[in-house]
Design a protein around this ligand. Structure first.
Ligand code: ARG
Length: 441
């Protein structure tokens, strides 16, 4: 029979169906948080020994057992399953099974609310660091592509209708700037989230002089989250922020994936995807399908759904409520889904083959009329007149040169003056700041 950390010995048995309802998939989801929970437990133990709640020997033996638990868990020798109510209780049981009362001291001055808050916080920090790194890589891949084929002409569309001549530099440079923004956004969420909730117990503190600051720096947090009640109230809120950072990246990835799925059709024929990103059809021998690109597009839905699911749980009063457990599944699903998708995107961008001929051919004569109107207006003709004159000239426009048109588009940021260097230097600044934050300088 399962025994719970909070259960006394009055012999009352617990209804199996109710227990399954309480623990449910939670204990399985806790596998994701388990190593973080173990690290935070060790930091808590060291903190307790600093304030004399346990001896240095006790602390050392518990930390060594915690290390051992982590190794066993990572090797698959310790399985976190429904023998436990959750990962938090499992840690305490592991210790008490081995060193009895010394193990039972681990929960002095903390609660499971503390544990789940700090383990989730470490997971969020780790995930946001990975997200930032992936935004940086993707921005770099798009920028390199933009620089490599900066002046290669391609049609520019509005309403999916041919609009004006554009270039690969302009198309890909846009994604580079977008992912650079997503990197900046992720860093700002990281700055908010990088604070230690540990040492707030159930949300109201404890009657012990816990070394909260020492524990926070032991775990590498930037600062302390001061208010104990807010540490509980920020559960879910910080998850949403992290998922929103992921969502911004995924929405840009969705747009890129959309462009690629259009541009790979025979009708466009601008792009050939790298071999590994193409799948076949089980029935149609002729097919080469962009399934990976479509799933990259679709994954944004998983992330956005996670945001909505968590926000729906958060209609709560102050303090810990068990409802909060339901934020865990969407968080883990949403974050992992985004990270997996973003991780395979840079090589996709690097491996794209662009059919320059096809892109050039698709720039038709009417697409030069905007340039023509602007050129007339620049000579002093009122723009409305210039616009009409250009429209009338449409039929006898003759041969037009895309490269020349692009070179003349000198408004800053446009094809004749892409200023990719500015996008690059902002990106490099962001990457440098990220590296500094990670190395703790
Ligand atoms: N599985 C729980 C959660 O995720 C752990 C915290 C339990 N705390 C409590 N007071 N029952 O929220």
């Amino acid at each position: 029979m399962k025994k719970f950390v909070w259960q006394d010995d009055n012999g009352e048995s617990i209804d199996q169906a109710i227990m399954e309802f309480l623990a449910g998939e939670d204990v399985v989801l806790d596998r994701e948080l388990f190593p973080f929970d173990i690290d935070a437990t060790a930091a808590h133990v060291r903190g307790l020994s600093r304030i004399g709640i346990m001896s240095a020997e006790e602390s050392a033996s518990l930390c060594q057992l915690l290390e051992q638990l982590k190794t066993e868990f990572e090797a698959g020798d310790f399985v976190l399953d429904d023998r436990y109510e959750d990962g938090h209780s499992a840690i305490e049981m592991y210790l008490t099974d081995r060193v009895g009362d010394t193990g039972a001291k681990v929960h002095t001055g903390r609660s499971r609310n503390d544990q789940v808050a700090v383990a989730t916080r470490l997971f969020l920090r780790d995930s946001l660091q990975k997200l930032a790194g992936l935004c940086a890589r993707l921005a770099q891949a798009c920028l390199e592509r933009a620089e490599l084929q900066a002046d290669v002409p391609m049609p520019g569309y509005t309403h999916l209708q041919r609009a004006v001549p554009s270039s690969v530099g302009l198309w890909m440079g846009g994604f580079a700037e977008a992912f650079s923004d997503n990197l900046a956004f992720t860093r700002s969420v990281l700055e908010i989230v990088d604070c230690s909730p540990l040492g707030t117990a159930a949300g109201y503190g404890v009657n012990l002089p816990l070394d909260r600051d020492g524990v926070a720096s032991d775990l590498g947090f930037e600062r302390l989250q001061v208010n104990p009640l807010y540490t509980q109230n920020s559960r879910g809120k910080f998850e949403v922020m992290a998922l929103q950072a992921a969502s911004h990246a995924m929405q840009d990835l969705r747009r890129l994936a959309w462009d690629l799925s259009l541009f790979t059709t025979s009708e466009f024929g601008f792009v050939t995807l790298p071999r590994q990103y193409i799948t076949g059809s089980s029935i149609m021998p002729n097919k080469a399908n962009p399934d990976v690109v479509e799933l990259l597009r679709g994954r944004a839905a998983t992330v956005d759904a996670a945001v909505v699911e968590i926000q729906s749980v958060l209609s709560l009063p102050s303090g810990y409520q068990r409802d909060l457990q339901l934020t865990k599944a969407p968080l883990i699903r949403g974050v992992n889904s985004a990270l997996q998708a973003l991780a395979i995107a840079p090589a996709l961008v690097e491996g794209l083959q662009l059919n320059e001929e096809k892109m050039r051919e698709s720039i038709s004569l009417e697409m030069f009329l905007t340039d023509m109107a602007q050129a007339k207006a620049a000579m002093g003709i009122p723009f409305r007149t210039a616009y009409l004159e250009a429209k009338q000239a449409a039929d006898d426009a003759g041969e037009m040169d895309a490269a020349a048109s692009l070179a003349e588009r000198v408004s800053p940021g446009a094809c004749g003056d892409l200023q990719l260097g500015r996008i690059r230097s902002r990106l490099e600044q962001q990457i440098q700041a990220l590296g500094k934050a990670e190395s703790g300088d």
